[in-house]
Design a binder for this molecule. Structure first.
Ligand code: UFG
Length: 316
């Protein structure tokens, strides 16, 4: 297929681009490089540097078969203190992209949604029928985009898949996580073990979980990439399919710390810190629908995610 990858120079987008190319798809990237890196773009791939609102210029007359949409502000903590930035970038940006997709009759869309749309669920594992009650601005904006996509699919022949990522980690095919401002647990923990940071702050040790630290469902970025390729052909025209992507296992912050110490062979200094605004206690996915509709099953465990992220960190 001829694909436009919006946000394809970022962490997840750049891994998906590598798999799309390996599977024989043609790729053009639109990225404003606000958080992405031009050197994440593989040789031979066209990079259009521009805002998401300019997607129509790229789509016009070029016969794209699919858009994969990764471009977003995506930090839970930041979203709580800068809501306007998140509503403008994520929702208004996505509205412009959807309008361009409809105007230029692109038949397929794969969208990066998130577990943060569910908020703090009463029951785990979380299915796609779990009520969506986001506890932070980030989750609210992604839910708003999911709703816009549903409305668009009801009114047009667009075949769309929203993939609700749980906690993405690891590295693949030479691409990995390299945020200028890093807030994610595993890269911070690796840096602390490696001495690039003095310690890891554990945000809350009084959560209602077995060891008091927050529990998340970690999924390897290579598994996630495979789900995107499968999603390209999973929805029917006029359908909006929503699938969770997680491993179905929860790990606490302390369990991640132990895994990092084990993989690196280094002690990881930690300190107790207050809870972070907007954080839920426990998020664990049911990925049964992704298995049924995409034929997707995750293949990598937490240890592999930490090991691949560690190798990527040390290669830089
Ligand atoms: N954490 C710490 N210390 C840190 C960083 C994180 O204790 O220095 C904790 C967090 O409080 C949380 C857990 O580690 O309990 C994981 O935090 P991350 O920042 O790695 O990830 P989040 O769970 O906050 O968010 C990620 C994505 C979101 C997505 C969410 C869905 O960034 O986009 O997973 O599960 F919505």
């Amino acid at each position: 297929m001829k694909t436009l990858v919006v946000g394809g120079a970022g962490y997840i987008g750049s891994v998906v681009v590598r798999l799309l190319l390996a599977e024989g798809h043609a790729v053009t990237i639109l990225d404003d490089l606000s958080t992405g890196h031009s050197d994440s773009v593989p040789d031979g791939v066209e990079l259009v540097v521009g805002d998401i609102s300019t997607a129509g210029d790229v789509l016009r007359g070029n016969g794209f078969d699919a858009v994969l949409h990764f471009a977003a502000k995506s930090l839970v903590g930041e979203s709580v203190v800068r809501p306007s930035l998140y509503w403008h970038t994520n929702v208004i940006g996505s509205r412009a992209l959807l309008d361009a997709i409809t105007e230029h009759e692109v038949p397929r869309l794969v969208f990066s949604s998130t577990a943060a749309t569910y908020g703090e669920p009463d029951v785990v594992p979380i299915t796609e029928d779990t009520p969506t009650r986001p506890t932070n601005t980030y989750g609210a904006t992604k839910l708003a985009v999911d709703m816009m996509i549903s409305n668009e699919c009801a009114a047009t022949p667009l075949a769309a898949v929203s993939l609700r990522y749980f906690n993405v980690a690891g590295a693949a095919w030479g691409a990995g996580e390299r945020h200028t401002t890093e807030t994610h647990l595993i890269p911070i923990a690796l840096d602390a073990a490696d001495g690039r940071r003095d310690k890891l702050d554990i945000y809350g040790d009084d959560w209602p979980t077995p060891d008091g630290t927050a529990v998340r469902d970690y999924v390897h970025v290579a598994d996630l990439a495979r789900a995107h390729v499968l999603a390209l052909t999973a929805a029917d025209p006029g359908e909006h399919l929503i699938c969770n992507l997680g491993n179905g296992n929860g790990f606490s912050v302390r369990e991640v710390v132990s895994c990092v110490e084990d993989v690196t062979g280094l002690p990881l200094p930690v300190a107790a810190a207050p809870r972070r605004a907007g954080d839920p206690a426990r998020l664990v996915a049911s990925a049964d629908r992704a298995k049924a509709r995409l034929g997707w099953e995750p293949e990598h465990d937490l240890r592999r995610m930490v090991a691949d992220a560690w190798e990527f960190t040390r290669s830089r």
